[in-house]
Design a protein around this ligand. Structure first.
Ligand SMILES: [Zn+2]
Length: 494
């Protein structure tokens, strides 16, 4: 364990933003080449009662939960909960887990994203302490306070509790499926774009900002980016860097009490797609999407930062346009978030004038904390991670809409807002969908765009807009590049 994480856990890490030390609610984080043989001791230190429920799925049971069961059974009464099939982090699954673990004193999650979310939320609801043994370095949610749970078809970030202990066995993580490793890298590399967005909002709009979350990550990022491919070859030093980065990224959010340090424009793009996609969109992991959207944000940011101070005009989207795009109920809730970010004519003029003075200093500061898009792309490619929306099977219409409309779904002020009010997003959206192999090829037609728009509106009214063989938007993604369409059948790399 590096000094940064150890010092943070012991309360000996000075707060770079003020007096005193940083403090986090988790004491027991262990990242080690192997935890085999030490499981009972690790759990023993947590002060859990005798009865423990262990939550896993079929895969994570075989990978790790069986080993933990063997280690703990002499000391505890165990109830093994194995979620069959593909686990879904929804209310039903949480309710089933809660019914199974009634009477337990504490819970242990053995898994990564989904199992962690389900157990974390069940523990919160049942007011039980919990700990997690991770099985994959796929996301930064091990140490965060919220859980991603689907409620009535909508994915929500619900308050949960932080685990008392987080235990990562690097040998286990190194054997995780490659997709999960790539996803974890994607959810880490967005540090750069998130920091640039947040710092810009701080400088231009006076939003509270902290450097502490980034001070925690500084030690490992360069090493991680220098040789991402090592993550797939069983290199435990590289794996430890990624594991520590994910843990510290979660702790950074916990310190700030919100997700701002690790979730800005790149996350808005991904959330927009999850919200608006047809149900037949191929499933992609959160971190795989973030890999693609981080690269898009890095390009938008670089274009603006390396250019002249932008000239803003009054914000164009309004209550009516949001309702037309998102439907009346989602549109109204988006409007509640978006309205506060809008600029009127006078405000746009004032900000343009102010930026002209600030631009040289601001952009050099932003350049210092960002990372060139080419570097991000090279790292993702070296890891075999997705870089283009087509790698995820995103239809061009959806991708283009994400760039233009993602800023409308939340109150977070990012370069999507600055770019939007500077009139750059349409062009940026077209550049984003361009086929990487055939940049000059034709992309869709107005008739397809109209059909897709009609389909989206039907879906928002909650009517079944799917054709028997898929959605128009997904099927027509094969026309996005006329020269690529014969391979559209396997348009997802994974
Ligand atoms: Zn994320």
């Amino acid at each position: 364990m590096t000094t940064t994480l150890a010092r943070l856990l012991d309360g000996r890490m000075p707060d770079p933003d003020g007096p005193g030390m940083l403090s986090v609610p988790i004491r027991h984080v262990v990242i080690a080449p192997t935890l085999a043989g030490g499981e009972a001791d690790l759990v023993g230190r947590l002060g859990f009662g005798r009865r423990i429920g262990i939550v896993s799925d079929v895969r994570t049971r075989a990978v790790l939960a069986e080993r933990i069961e063997t280690a703990l059974s002499p000391h505890h009464d165990l109830r093994m909960i194995v979620i069959e099939g593909e686990p879904h982090p929804d209310q039903d699954t949480v309710a089933r887990v809660m019914a199974w673990v009634q009477g337990c004193d504490a819970l242990i999650a053995v898994g990564s994203g989904t199992i962690n979310d389900i157990t974390k939320y069940a523990a919160f609801q049942a007011e039980m302490p919990f700990a997690v043994f991770g099985t994959a370095p796929s996301m930064n949610g091990y140490t965060s306070v919220s859980a991603a749970i689907t409620v009535g078809g909508h994915k929500k970030s619900l308050p949960a509790r932080t685990p008392i202990g987080v235990f990562l066995d690097l040998g286990v993580l190194a054997r995780a499926p490659e997709r999960l490793v790539r996803a974890g890298f994607g959810d880490s590399i967005c540090r750069a774009t998130a920091q640039v967005d947040w710092l810009m909002a701080h400088r231009l709009r006076g939003e509270p900002y902290r450097t502490a979350p980034y001070a925690l990550l500084a030690e490992d990022e360069a090493g991680l980016i220098a040789n991402p491919a090592a993550l797939l070859t069983g290199d435990l030093v590289a794996m430890e860097r990624l594991a520590r980065t994910l843990i510290l990224s979660g702790l950074g959010m916990t310190i700030c009490g919100n997700s701002k340090p690790a979730s800005q424009g790149e996350h808005l793009l991904s959330h927009y797609v999850e919200m608006m996609a047809m149900p037949d969109l191929p499933h992609a992991l959160h971190g795989e999407q973030i890999a693609v959207t981080t690269l898009a944000m890095a390009r938008l940011q670089a274009r603006m930062i390396n250019g002249p101070a932008p000239v803003l005009t009054a914000t164009r989207p309004n209550a009516l346009s949001l309702e037309a795009h998102f439907g009346s109920s989602i549109g109204a809730s988006c409007w509640a978030d978006f309205a506060g970010k809008r600029l009127n004519e006078a405000e746009a003029f004032e900000m343009t004038t102010r930026m002209r003075g600030l631009w040289p200093d601001l952009t050099s500061e932003l350049r210092d904390c960002g990372r060139p898009a080419a570097e991000i792309e090279a790292a993702l490619l070296a890891l075999g991670a997705p870089t283009h929306p087509r790698d995820l099977g995103w239809p061009n219409g959806l991708t283009r809409d994400a760039m233009v409309h993602a800023r409308e779904i939340r109150d977070r002020y990012t370069f999507l807002d600055l770019g939007g009010d500077a009139g750059l997003l349409d062009e940026q959206a077209n550049a984003w969908v361009r086929c990487p192999q055939h940049p000059g090829a034709a992309r869709g037609t107005p008739a397809i765009a109209r059909a897709v728009g009609r389909e989206r509106r039907l879906r928002l009214e909650r009517r079944d807009a799917l054709l028997p063989f898929g959605s128009i938007s997904t099927i027509t993604s094969m026309w996005n590049c006329f020269r690529c369409w014969p391979v559209a059948a396997n348009r997802t790399k994974f």
